[in-house]
Design a protein around this ligand. Structure first.
Ligand code: CA
Length: 516
């Protein structure tokens, strides 16, 4: 009997040890705070480039963690990018190839796997996948694109209007959720901002920011699109396609009739109708000097196009200031709660954006401005401060990365690679040499296209209309102005890129026709 008791106590002791070890492991798993904005160009983050705006809070992540110099998306458009992030699969496999598609929420996503492994999961802010979120203990989202002022937010109980500016509302909702979470479990929270998506409506308190400031005009702002047929037929130019009222906030009375776009006018009216009379007054007062400068402008020359660019950048960057403040508030909350040490914080965007390069705004293209996306990560003790990662990474890799940091097995059919070894400086495994891109949402005059990018070169094939191939030497032509596709000096480079393109399409199971 004595011996049996003795054995039992040894067994119980061992069980306790095992349980303790398991609990310790659970506790040491990091929380994950994933902050994503919409259409945030690297150029508008001072850790990447300080020529346009100062973003001290986002920069803090670079100073205290890692900045990825070469982070790219697989498909530069909102909904599809989000689906790639959730599923770790390219658009043709997750089914969300364009913004017109609906996301199939029954498929495996990494938040579901985290939740299954005892993480508390939540998403707050822009969702843009049409179907309701799945895999989250809590969700509260903007219906569709959402609104900048007094936005509606939808959760499982219904939809309600939230007074205030959208970026602040999303931040406050996120902090509220963090405050009421179950602190026994690690958390995974996605904070998804609407800003700085078109039509770039800033917080009213920042309407005078940058006034009188002259931003540098990109060297290729007046691009004539020589040798690049697809770029030449898009409808995303600042000179011809930016709307005076909707985009540049000049009231209709001062527009010449040809400039009035009824659809844009309606959208603007809808946005302004959400404001209180006090907010509207502040809005009109804030844009008064812009109206006045518009009225005195000569409307037919390059100076008018450059005026539009300045106006556009002012509002875009005003939106960025609020996004940066949001990051500051969230980091401060982590500091105050003692959570900073064990929380992996990520800042990224659903893709980049054109800020006047090639004379355009918007995204879609595989050109550098929209292909690139900001990516910064902080996890004290695991990621050294001021780490620079220069390998080619993609948003396709996020799912595997977060599962890896959480000690959750990565499914075999996830197509990305964990970025953890790169961040930790583990070079034992050879990293990829090229990335694959495929955009298939036709519209705004942009052809469907796919391509391959290495560290030095890029090959793009526009396959829905112009059937054009484009080849760029990024070392000598980072602005992608010279299509070298017929240059005999690049015949070997071209052959090698085509080989890599076919290999990537095979690896990622994308079946598309290569036209000669
Ligand atoms: Ca976007």
């Amino acid at each position: 009997m004595k011996e049996q008791n003795y054995r039992l106590s040894i067994c119980l002791g061992l069980l306790c040890l095992v349980l303790n070890h398991t609990l310790l492991r659970a506790e040491s798993r990091p929380n994950i705070l994933f902050i994503m904005s919409d259409d945030h160009a690297n150029k508008a983050i001072s850790a990447y480039d300080d020529s346009l705006v100062n973003t001290p809070n986002i920069d803090r992540l670079a100073n205290e963690g890692a900045l990825f110099e070469n982070a790219f998306v697989t498909n530069a458009i909102c909904g599809p990018s989000r689906a790639v992030i959730l599923t770790g699969k390219h658009s043709h496999l997750n089914g969300m190839k364009t913004n017109r598609d609906e996301f199939d929420g029954s498929q495996v996503t990494f938040p579901k796997l985290l939740r299954h492994n005892n993480y508390q999961t939540a998403v707050i802010g822009k969702w843009h996948l049409k179907t309701n979120p799945t895999g989250f203990d809590y969700w509260k989202i903007l219906p569709g694109q959402g609104h900048y002022y007094n936005p509606d937010m939808k959760d499982e109980k219904g939809t309600a209007t939230h007074p205030g500016y959208v970026t602040d509302v999303i931040t406050d909702e996120s902090i509220s959720w963090l405050k009421q979470r179950d602190s026994e479990k690690p958390f995974f929270l996605m904070v998804h901002h609407k800003a700085p998506h078109r039509n770039w409506m800033p917080n009213l308190k920042y309407l005078n920011r940058f006034e009188g400031h002259e931003f540098q005009v990109p060297e290729n702002f007046h691009d004539a699109y020589t040798g690049r047929k697809s770029l030449g037929k898009q409808q995303l130019t600042i000179s011809k396609h930016m709307d005076i009222q909707y985009d540049l906030k000049v009231p209709c009375e001062t527009c010449v009739p040809a400039e009035v776009n009824r659809r844009a006018e309606g959208a603007m009216r809808k946005a302004l109708d959400r404001m209180t009379s006090e907010q509207l007054e502040q809005w009109e007062e804030g844009y008064r000097s812009e109206y006045q400068s518009f009225e005195t402008l000569e409307k037919s020359d390059r100076a008018f196009d450059e005026w539009k660019l300045q106006r556009y950048l002012e509002d875009y960057l005003r939106c960025i200031i609020s996004v940066d403040e949001s990051v500051g508030a969230l980091l401060q909350f982590l500091d105050e709660e003692g959570l900073s040490e064990n929380t992996l914080v990520i800042y990224t965007s659903d893709q980049g954006f054109f800020l006047g390069e090639h004379g355009i705004f918007d995204k879609r293209y595989m050109y550098e401005e929209s292909l690139r996306t900001p990516l910064l990560m902080r996890l004290p003790g695991k990621i050294d401060s001021e780490t620079i990662v220069s390998e080619l990474v993609q948003n396709l890799d996020f799912a595997s990365t977060f599962l890896d940091f959480s000690g959750v097995a990565i499914p075999d059919d996830f197509q990305g690679k964990s970025l953890k070894p790169l961040i930790e400086g583990d070079t034992s495994e050879k990293w990829r040499e090229s990335i694959y891109y495929h955009f298939s949402e036709e519209g705004w005059g942009v052809d469907s296209h796919f391509g391959v990018r290495t560290s030095d070169f890029k090959l793009i094939h526009f396959y829905s209309d112009t059937f054009q191939w484009e080849l760029y030497d990024l070392r000598n032509d980072p602005q992608e102005m010279h299509n070298l596709i017929t240059d005999p000096n690049y015949a070997d480079v071209l052959a090698d890129l085509k080989r890599q393109l076919i290999e990537l399409q095979t690896q990622y199971q994308d079946s598309v026709v290569l036209h000669e």
